[in-house]
Design a protein around this ligand. Structure first.
Ligand code: ATP
Length: 232
């Protein structure tokens, strides 16, 4: 489904070219989970940004095929990349990035509303509400639905962020150190729920993490070092 083929990426720093990713290849299916570990500065976020079509590789191919079509990320115009992010990708960051002046429920509803899939015509409002309810229940934050994000603990906020990342049913969820701000107990709970919810929703999960314990929950485990990936 996601196919990364021989991608290379370098940055020029103080006039010197630095190779960050060197002919990297990787593929994974919908519903599969995958983790990337690596030292700080090894290029993990760079890889995530390429998959989110926020940047392009210098060479190589990145494609996503789903039942609704085939996307060639490298050839995207800015408008196509924007559309791709709305429809096909969910994003979760270390900082939860929830909107603090609207409720938990509204935060999760937002990606459905802005999704270019025009779910309003496909899903009745009742179905949308049911989907949000199911997500919040499965992530154990339904009881907080009417609160503002700052009224929740860090672990609860990140569980809401996971619900928001999955609300528009993207085939791919990209998570950049999703438990980096949490203590170890919450990290365990949130990472377990993240992997389980993606699996239940048949969403591919690519997660960058510094935690070996979190990485062990995923089916494919990779380590990025010296611009190449090795399986662990
Ligand atoms: N836009 C850019 N221009 C120049 N250099 C960049 C740019 N983005 C990233 N880099 C460099 O590329 C390298 C890889 O950065 P990246 O953020 O991908 O690392 P990382 O593995 O995610 O690190 P961390 O674990 O600290 O988040 C770093 O040396 C960084 O300084």
């Amino acid at each position: 489904m996601i196919n990364i083929e021989n991608i290379s990426k370098s940055y020029t720093d103080a006039g010197e070219k630095r190779l960050i990713l060197d002919k990297l290849s990787l593929s994974f299916e919908r519903g599969e989970s995958l983790s990337i570990q690596g030292a700080s500065g090894s290029g993990k976020s760079t890889l995530l940004h390429l998959l989110a079509a926020l940047d392009k590789p210098d060479s190589g191919k990145i494609t996503l095929s789903t039942s609704s079509g085939f996307e060639d990320l490298v050839s995207f115009t800015e408008a196509q990349a924007d559309e791709y992010r709305k429809r096909q990708v969910g994003l979760i960051f270390q900082k939860f990035n929830l909107i603090d002046c609207i409720s938990v429920w509204e935060n999760v509803k937002l990606p459905i509303q802005i999704s270019a899939l025009n779910r309003a015509s496909q899903n009745s409002p009742d179905n949308t509400d049911l989907l949000i309810k199911e997500l919040l229940i499965s992530l154990d934050v339904y009881k907080h639905r009417d609160k503002l994000p700052h009224q929740l603990s860090g672990g609860e906020q990140q569980r809401v962020a996971i619900a928001r990342g999955l609300a528009h049913k993207p085939p791919l969820l990209l998570a950049d150190e999703p438990t980096g701000n949490l203590d170890s107990k919450n990290s365990d709970i949130v990472s377990q729920l993240l992997v389980e919810t993606c699996k239940a929703q048949n969403t591919a999960l690519l997660m960058v993490t510094h935690s070996e314990k979190v990485a062990q929950l995923t089916e494919q485990q990779w380590y990025l070092e010296n611009a190449v990936l090795r399986s662990i």
